[in-house]
Write a protein that binds this ligand. Sequence first.
Ligand code: PGA
Length: 255
Amino acid sequence: MRRVIIAGNWKMHKTASETAGFVQGIAGRLSPGFDACEVIVGPPFTALSAAVEAGARTGIQVAAQNLHWEKHGAYTGEISAGMIKDAGCSHVIIGHSERRQFFGETDETVNKKIMAALESELIPIFCLGETLQERQAKRTFDVVSIQLKSGLLNVPAVNPARLVIAYEPVWAIGTGVTATPGQAQEVHAYLRKELAGLAGKDFADGVRILYGGSVKPSNAKSLIGCEDIDGALVGGASLKVDDFHGIIEEAIQIR
Ligand code: PGA
Protein backbone atom coordinates (compact mmCIF):
# COMPACT_ATOMS: atom_id res chain seq x y z
CA MET A 1 0.00 0.00 0.00
CA ARG A 2 1.42 3.38 -0.96
CA ARG A 3 1.35 5.86 1.89
CA VAL A 4 -0.39 9.13 1.03
CA ILE A 5 1.72 12.29 0.89
CA ILE A 6 0.38 15.80 1.39
CA ALA A 7 3.11 18.26 0.40
CA GLY A 8 2.99 22.05 0.40
CA ASN A 9 4.85 24.11 -2.18
CA TRP A 10 5.02 27.55 -0.64
CA LYS A 11 6.74 29.17 -3.62
CA MET A 12 8.05 32.66 -2.68
CA HIS A 13 5.96 33.02 0.45
CA LYS A 14 6.69 33.19 4.18
CA THR A 15 9.66 34.39 6.19
CA ALA A 16 11.51 32.18 8.68
CA SER A 17 9.43 33.44 11.61
CA GLU A 18 6.15 32.96 9.74
CA THR A 19 7.34 29.46 8.88
CA ALA A 20 8.00 28.46 12.48
CA GLY A 21 4.51 29.61 13.49
CA PHE A 22 2.90 27.78 10.58
CA VAL A 23 4.66 24.46 11.24
CA GLN A 24 3.80 24.66 14.95
CA GLY A 25 0.21 25.41 13.97
CA ILE A 26 -0.05 22.29 11.80
CA ALA A 27 1.81 20.13 14.33
CA GLY A 28 -0.58 21.28 17.06
CA ARG A 29 -3.51 19.93 15.08
CA LEU A 30 -2.04 16.49 14.38
CA SER A 31 -2.53 13.88 17.05
CA PRO A 32 0.64 12.76 18.89
CA GLY A 33 2.41 10.01 16.97
CA PHE A 34 0.51 11.02 13.83
CA ASP A 35 1.52 8.82 10.93
CA ALA A 36 -1.66 8.44 8.93
CA CYS A 37 -0.01 10.17 5.99
CA GLU A 38 3.27 11.89 5.21
CA VAL A 39 3.16 15.66 5.67
CA ILE A 40 5.77 17.81 3.93
CA VAL A 41 6.15 21.59 3.87
CA GLY A 42 8.15 23.39 1.17
CA PRO A 43 9.32 26.84 2.32
CA PRO A 44 11.80 29.12 0.54
CA PHE A 45 15.51 28.43 1.17
CA THR A 46 15.77 31.12 3.86
CA ALA A 47 13.13 29.38 5.98
CA LEU A 48 14.20 25.74 5.59
CA SER A 49 16.09 25.60 8.89
CA ALA A 50 13.20 27.24 10.74
CA ALA A 51 10.83 24.61 9.30
CA VAL A 52 13.18 21.76 10.21
CA GLU A 53 13.54 23.05 13.75
CA ALA A 54 9.80 23.62 14.26
CA GLY A 55 9.00 20.26 12.66
CA ALA A 56 11.48 18.23 14.74
CA ARG A 57 9.77 15.31 16.51
CA THR A 58 6.41 16.14 14.88
CA GLY A 59 6.88 13.91 11.84
CA ILE A 60 6.50 16.95 9.54
CA GLN A 61 9.14 16.75 6.82
CA VAL A 62 10.68 19.59 4.86
CA ALA A 63 11.28 20.02 1.13
CA ALA A 64 13.35 22.62 -0.68
CA GLN A 65 11.89 23.99 -3.92
CA ASN A 66 14.94 23.70 -6.16
CA LEU A 67 18.65 22.84 -6.19
CA HIS A 68 21.72 23.12 -8.37
CA TRP A 69 23.15 19.85 -9.65
CA GLU A 70 26.79 20.71 -8.96
CA LYS A 71 28.13 19.98 -5.49
CA HIS A 72 29.85 23.38 -5.07
CA GLY A 73 31.65 25.98 -7.15
CA ALA A 74 31.35 29.40 -8.71
CA TYR A 75 27.57 29.42 -9.17
CA THR A 76 26.46 32.66 -7.52
CA GLY A 77 23.01 32.39 -6.03
CA GLU A 78 22.73 28.61 -6.28
CA ILE A 79 22.25 25.96 -3.57
CA SER A 80 23.48 22.36 -3.81
CA ALA A 81 21.75 19.13 -2.83
CA GLY A 82 24.33 18.60 -0.07
CA MET A 83 23.52 21.99 1.43
CA ILE A 84 19.81 21.22 1.41
CA LYS A 85 20.42 17.84 3.01
CA ASP A 86 22.64 19.46 5.63
CA ALA A 87 19.84 21.95 6.44
CA GLY A 88 17.77 18.92 7.50
CA CYS A 89 15.50 18.54 4.46
CA SER A 90 14.24 15.16 3.33
CA HIS A 91 12.78 16.16 -0.05
CA VAL A 92 13.32 18.61 -2.89
CA ILE A 93 10.82 19.76 -5.51
CA ILE A 94 12.34 19.50 -8.98
CA GLY A 95 11.09 20.67 -12.38
CA HIS A 96 8.10 22.69 -11.21
CA SER A 97 6.39 24.30 -14.21
CA GLU A 98 7.17 27.79 -12.86
CA ARG A 99 10.86 26.92 -12.93
CA ARG A 100 10.51 25.51 -16.43
CA GLN A 101 8.53 28.57 -17.58
CA PHE A 102 10.38 31.45 -15.86
CA PHE A 103 13.86 30.11 -15.12
CA GLY A 104 14.71 28.15 -18.24
CA GLU A 105 14.63 24.65 -16.76
CA THR A 106 14.63 21.92 -19.36
CA ASP A 107 14.14 18.17 -19.24
CA GLU A 108 17.94 17.93 -19.28
CA THR A 109 18.52 20.15 -16.23
CA VAL A 110 15.64 18.42 -14.45
CA ASN A 111 17.41 15.11 -15.07
CA LYS A 112 20.69 16.43 -13.63
CA LYS A 113 18.88 17.76 -10.59
CA ILE A 114 17.10 14.45 -9.95
CA MET A 115 20.47 12.65 -10.09
CA ALA A 116 22.03 15.18 -7.70
CA ALA A 117 19.14 14.89 -5.25
CA LEU A 118 19.35 11.09 -5.18
CA GLU A 119 23.12 11.18 -4.72
CA SER A 120 22.63 13.33 -1.61
CA GLU A 121 19.86 11.06 -0.35
CA LEU A 122 17.16 13.64 -0.87
CA ILE A 123 13.84 12.42 -2.23
CA PRO A 124 13.01 14.26 -5.44
CA ILE A 125 9.43 15.41 -5.95
CA PHE A 126 9.66 15.38 -9.72
CA CYS A 127 7.03 17.65 -11.31
CA LEU A 128 5.69 17.28 -14.81
CA GLY A 129 2.52 18.18 -16.69
CA GLU A 130 1.10 19.53 -19.92
CA THR A 131 0.07 23.09 -20.82
CA LEU A 132 -3.46 23.97 -21.87
CA GLN A 133 -2.39 24.19 -25.51
CA GLU A 134 -0.83 20.74 -25.33
CA ARG A 135 -3.98 19.29 -23.76
CA GLN A 136 -6.18 20.94 -26.38
CA ALA A 137 -3.94 19.52 -29.10
CA LYS A 138 -4.45 16.07 -27.50
CA ARG A 139 -0.74 15.80 -26.74
CA THR A 140 -1.01 15.28 -22.97
CA PHE A 141 0.19 11.68 -22.94
CA ASP A 142 3.08 12.34 -25.33
CA VAL A 143 4.20 15.36 -23.33
CA VAL A 144 4.17 13.70 -19.93
CA SER A 145 5.80 10.58 -21.33
CA ILE A 146 8.72 12.61 -22.74
CA GLN A 147 9.07 14.57 -19.50
CA LEU A 148 9.03 11.37 -17.43
CA LYS A 149 11.54 9.48 -19.56
CA SER A 150 13.91 12.44 -19.97
CA GLY A 151 13.77 13.31 -16.29
CA LEU A 152 14.63 9.75 -15.29
CA LEU A 153 17.22 9.12 -18.03
CA ASN A 154 20.13 7.07 -16.62
CA VAL A 155 18.79 7.46 -13.10
CA PRO A 156 20.03 4.44 -11.16
CA ALA A 157 17.52 1.95 -9.76
CA VAL A 158 16.32 3.20 -6.40
CA ASN A 159 13.89 2.03 -3.80
CA PRO A 160 10.52 3.31 -5.10
CA ALA A 161 10.00 5.10 -1.79
CA ARG A 162 12.96 7.35 -2.75
CA LEU A 163 11.18 8.92 -5.72
CA VAL A 164 7.96 10.94 -5.81
CA ILE A 165 6.32 12.17 -8.98
CA ALA A 166 3.90 15.09 -9.10
CA TYR A 167 1.55 15.37 -12.05
CA GLU A 168 0.68 19.05 -12.28
CA PRO A 169 -1.24 20.13 -15.36
CA VAL A 170 0.04 23.66 -15.98
CA TRP A 171 -3.48 24.93 -16.71
CA ALA A 172 -4.59 23.91 -13.22
CA ILE A 173 -1.77 25.57 -11.25
CA GLY A 174 -2.89 28.66 -9.37
CA THR A 175 -5.92 29.04 -11.63
CA GLY A 176 -8.66 27.61 -9.43
CA VAL A 177 -9.38 25.17 -12.27
CA THR A 178 -8.74 21.63 -11.04
CA ALA A 179 -8.40 18.60 -13.26
CA THR A 180 -11.42 16.36 -12.72
CA PRO A 181 -10.63 13.16 -10.81
CA GLY A 182 -11.19 11.31 -14.10
CA GLN A 183 -8.74 13.49 -16.03
CA ALA A 184 -6.11 13.22 -13.31
CA GLN A 185 -6.54 9.47 -12.72
CA GLU A 186 -6.17 8.80 -16.44
CA VAL A 187 -2.77 10.52 -16.56
CA HIS A 188 -1.62 8.98 -13.26
CA ALA A 189 -2.47 5.47 -14.50
CA TYR A 190 -0.60 6.22 -17.73
CA LEU A 191 2.47 7.47 -15.83
CA ARG A 192 2.46 4.33 -13.69
CA LYS A 193 2.31 2.19 -16.81
CA GLU A 194 5.22 4.13 -18.30
CA LEU A 195 7.18 3.70 -15.05
CA ALA A 196 6.56 -0.05 -15.21
CA GLY A 197 7.98 -0.06 -18.73
CA LEU A 198 11.07 1.80 -17.53
CA ALA A 199 11.83 0.00 -14.29
CA GLY A 200 9.39 -2.87 -13.76
CA LYS A 201 5.96 -3.29 -12.23
CA ASP A 202 7.10 -3.57 -8.61
CA PHE A 203 8.92 -0.26 -8.88
CA ALA A 204 5.95 1.42 -10.57
CA ASP A 205 3.55 0.07 -7.97
CA GLY A 206 5.68 1.53 -5.17
CA VAL A 207 6.20 5.08 -6.49
CA ARG A 208 3.88 7.74 -5.11
CA ILE A 209 2.36 9.92 -7.83
CA LEU A 210 0.87 13.13 -6.43
CA TYR A 211 -1.61 15.40 -8.15
CA GLY A 212 -1.06 19.17 -8.08
CA GLY A 213 -3.12 22.05 -9.38
CA SER A 214 -5.69 24.01 -7.33
CA VAL A 215 -6.08 21.30 -4.67
CA LYS A 216 -8.15 22.48 -1.70
CA PRO A 217 -10.03 20.82 1.16
CA SER A 218 -13.24 20.65 -0.90
CA ASN A 219 -11.74 18.69 -3.82
CA ALA A 220 -8.95 16.74 -2.08
CA LYS A 221 -11.02 13.68 -1.27
CA SER A 222 -12.35 13.07 -4.76
CA LEU A 223 -8.85 13.35 -6.23
CA ILE A 224 -6.91 11.36 -3.63
CA GLY A 225 -9.66 8.76 -3.64
CA CYS A 226 -8.60 7.72 -7.16
CA GLU A 227 -6.65 4.49 -7.46
CA ASP A 228 -3.41 5.96 -8.81
CA ILE A 229 -3.43 9.32 -7.00
CA ASP A 230 -1.26 8.99 -3.91
CA GLY A 231 -1.58 12.45 -2.47
CA ALA A 232 -1.25 16.09 -3.42
CA LEU A 233 1.30 18.81 -4.07
CA VAL A 234 -0.50 21.91 -2.87
CA GLY A 235 0.38 25.52 -3.66
CA GLY A 236 -2.03 28.27 -2.57
CA ALA A 237 -3.96 26.15 -0.08
CA SER A 238 -0.74 25.07 1.66
CA LEU A 239 -0.19 28.61 2.97
CA LYS A 240 -3.08 28.65 5.44
CA VAL A 241 -3.10 26.31 8.43
CA ASP A 242 -6.86 25.70 8.15
CA ASP A 243 -6.72 24.79 4.47
CA PHE A 244 -3.57 22.68 4.63
CA HIS A 245 -4.80 20.84 7.68
CA GLY A 246 -8.20 20.43 5.99
CA ILE A 247 -6.53 18.65 3.07
CA ILE A 248 -4.61 16.37 5.47
CA GLU A 249 -7.89 15.51 7.21
CA GLU A 250 -9.57 14.65 3.91
CA ALA A 251 -6.63 12.48 2.90
CA ILE A 252 -6.54 10.45 6.08
CA GLN A 253 -10.23 9.66 5.83
CA ILE A 254 -9.64 7.90 2.54
CA ARG A 255 -6.78 5.54 3.25
P1 PGA B 1 -1.78 25.56 -6.63
O1 PGA B 1 -0.23 25.26 -6.97
O2 PGA B 1 -2.22 24.53 -5.62
O3 PGA B 1 -1.79 26.96 -6.10
O4 PGA B 1 -2.53 25.43 -7.92
C1 PGA B 1 0.25 23.94 -7.07
C2 PGA B 1 1.72 23.96 -7.36
O5 PGA B 1 2.20 24.91 -8.00
O6 PGA B 1 2.46 23.05 -6.95
